[in-house]
Design a binder for this molecule. Structure first.
Ligand SMILES: *[C@@H]1O[C@H](CO)[C@@H](O)[C@H](O)[C@H]1NC(C)=O
Ligand SMILES: *[C@@H]1O[C@H](CO)[C@@H](O)[C@H](O)[C@H]1NC(C)=O
Ligand SMILES: *[C@@H]1O[C@H](CO)[C@@H](O)[C@H](O)[C@H]1NC(C)=O
Ligand SMILES: *[C@@H]1O[C@H](CO)[C@@H](O)[C@H](O)[C@H]1NC(C)=O
Ligand SMILES: *[C@@H]1O[C@H](CO)[C@@H](O)[C@H](O)[C@H]1NC(C)=O
Length: 304
């Protein structure tokens, strides 16, 4: 019974962890499918990838670059992204691949934001090592704009909903799902100094979603601005509690086991007649040992 309980808790904890990882899992799948677009790729040319059928609605593309060329020349236009000179990657690689993601109607699925409405799809810009173009599960390279920021020019913004309670804001999510809001410039531009996922949002009670034609999942739970980060925190807290309970159960089990072992030993000792030694303390102790098989006898009675 106890084992079943522990397994259930463990699976619960693992489920929670898996949920918070889904945006990273999506990145991994899209990296794989974007790389598949490369068939004898030329450097500095953008190739459009085809995402798996179960993710249709998402656009991906990839561009292979020499690290040195990225630093000295940037990329004039990579869909909505304008990459200036001075971008460096960490750790250093000789050639890298920039993967572009447009999550389209999947934006709310992978980057749910309660209290906000997306005015544009979530766009991703991630860099990977280009050493092996058939590689999967590659780690994301950190890219950093060391001079000018990377510019994101959103093409078509949705209409601001009537119940909006703020001006449009740029939203960015780093790879840990931590969100940051900054000002929109020139009506439709956002800036970033690093890789991540980006969009434009307005604060809203969320009664009239505009971005996604099919009805999005409920976004009424939780407070404002606790999207993926909230998910991670809830996940960690739930995981922590589950672990604590697990630990407590384990301690209880060990304690009970020890107690039982001790009692077992005492019983055994009693059976073996060792309990007799206790009866030597005095006359008053003698009845305590009457339950043992060999009846206790006081030493004094042996004296002839
Ligand atoms: C979609 O399909 C791919 C490959 O067929 C699979 O690896 C992935 O887990 C699926 N993703 C979702 C979100 O269903
Ligand atoms: C997005 O749209 C595609 C069709 O273009 C559809 O197959 C897919 O299920 C939609 N995704 C979501 C999350 O609604
Ligand atoms: C949010 O972005 C601004 C501007 O790039 C930066 O100064 C700030 O440190 C960021 N905040 C967090 C929590 O990352
Ligand atoms: C963002 O915009 C607000 C209001 O327009 C302004 O007060 C604030 O200084 C701006 N912040 C930055 C970092 O430019
Ligand atoms: C939306 O939220 C604001 C403040 O948070 C509140 O005053 C208003 O009544 C809400 N509107 C709806 C339709 O729930």
């Amino acid at each position: 019974m106890r084992v079943i309980c522990v397994c259930w808790l463990l699976s619960l904890w693992m489920n929670v962890e898996a949920q918070t990882l889904s945006a990273r899992g999506l990145d991994a799948i899209l990296q794989d499918y974007a790389y598949r677009a490369f068939v004898r790729p030329r450097t500095g040319v953008e190739y459009n990838g085809v995402p798996p059928l179960n993710l249709s609605g998402i656009q991906i593309s990839a561009m292979r670059l020499r690290s040195g060329s990225l630093f000295t020349r940037g990329v004039n236009k990579f869909n909505e992204f304008v990459i200036p000179v001075g971008v460096i990657e960490e750790p250093y690689v000789e050639r890298l691949v920039l993967v572009y993601q447009n999550l389209g109607n999947w934006s709310n699925e992978y980057y749910p934001l309660s209290g906000y409405v997306y005015l544009a799809p979530v766009l991703g810009l991630l860099a990977y090592n280009a050493f092996d173009l058939s590689a999967k599960d590659l780690p994301v390279l950190e890219i950093r704009a060391s001079k000018e920021p990377i510019l994101i020019e959103f093409t078509q913004l949705n209409k601001v909903p009537d119940d909006a309670t703020s001006v449009p804001k740029c939203v960015s999510f780093d790879l840990n799902g931590v969100m940051n809001l900054t000002n929109v410039t020139s009506g439709n531009k956002c800036m970033t100094y690093a890789q991540g996922h980006f969009s434009i949002v307005v604060e809203s009670n969320g009664t009239s979603p505009v971005l996604v034609p099919p009805p999005p999942p409920q976004r009424s739970h939780g407070g404002k601005g606790n999207g993926s980060r909230g998910g991670i925190i809830v996940g960690s807290v739930a995981g922590g509690i589950a672990l604590l309970v697990l630990l407590a159960l384990l301690i209880l089990w060990v304690w009970r086991f020890n107690k039982r072992k001790k009692m077992h030993k005492m019983e055994k000792a009693a059976d073996a007649g060792e309990a007799l030694h206790m009866t030597t303390v005095g006359n008053t102790k003698a009845p305590a040992a009457t339950t043992t098989r060999t009846q206790p006898t006081l030493e004094t009675e042996y004296i002839p």
